[in-house]
Design a protein around this ligand. Structure first.
Ligand code: PXP
Length: 241
């Protein structure tokens, strides 16, 4: 199975918005990422529009030859927007205004009726749905019940433990990811992952054979400041081989 790389370009927009100028250009970044080998372009249209804006999504969908993976909260407004744009993939994420980034997976237990309704509406348009979840068997089961096509496992806790060099916790977080991926794969769910990934964590998570797609943003854009987008993406592609 080929491991795919989704390049999250939100932070190109973060830099652009910091000065209110038209650069760095998000579309140019996406085109470069694709030329360098990205399989998909991932963007998160947040409620506060702190990075990607509606017009970015519209333009990227129109111009790009590779799939767009739109990360969004499951709100009525966002469902309406996604129905209009029809990205190839939607990844449903939880969203809190005050958070710096998506801090955890969805709370699937408490939102099932609304989630299922939204998922089915988007699936009717041919959009493949992924749910961003914590690595837990119970959440994988619910994702299947909700009719998702894919799950995206939140790798943030694993990556944090790697930074802390806490061997015991690194192993236990790795096991959670592995068990969830194996279980999801048995249920015929596609398994993606993302959040906080860098070269080191990607090399380790790659050992989980069931994971077919990696969505990576902050580290790629940060490294690109020093080494360029092309080099960084190509390095990830080599790691994922
Ligand atoms: N996957 C999802 C669902 C996310 O919300 C994010 C952060 O926007 C990412 C992947 C990428 O995380 P990072 O920017 O830490 O690589």
């Amino acid at each position: 199975m080929k491991r795919k790389l989704g390049v999250n370009i939100d932070h190109i927009a973060t830099i652009r918005n910091a000065r209110g100028e038209g650069y760095p250009d998000v579309l140019q970044g996406a085109i470069m990422a694709i030329k360098s080998g990205a399989d998909a372009i991932t963007i998160h249209l947040r409620e506060d529009r702190r990075h990607i804006k509606e017009n970015d999504v519209i333009l990227l969908k129109k111009k790009l030859k590779r799939p767009i993976n739109l990360e969004m909260a499951m709100t009525s407004k966002m469902i309406r927007f996604a129905k209009k744009i029809k990205p190839q993939y939607v990844c449903i994420v939880p969203e809190k205004r005050e958070e710096l980034t998506t801090e955890g997976g969805l709370n699937l237990k408490h939102n099932q009726i609304f989630l299922k309704k939204g998922i089915n509406q988007l699936k009717k348009l041919g959009i493949k749905i992924s749910l961003f979840i914590n690595p837990a068997i119970e959440d994988v089961k619910i994702a299947k019940k909700l009719n998702a096509d894919n799950i995206e496992l939140h790798t943030g806790t694993f990556c944090n433990q790697l930074k802390l060099k806490n061997k015991k916790k690194i192993n236990s977080e790795f096991l959670k990811l592995k068990k969830s991926a194996i279980y999801a794969s048995k249920l015929s769910l596609g398994v993606h992952c993302g959040h906080g990934l860098n070269y080191q964590s990607t090399k380790l998570i790659k050992k989980i054979k069931q994971i077919s797609e990696y969505n990576i943003g902050h580290f790629i854009i940060s490294e690109s400041i020093f080494f360029g987008l092309d080099k960084v993406i190509k390095k990830f592609i080599r790691i994922l081989k």
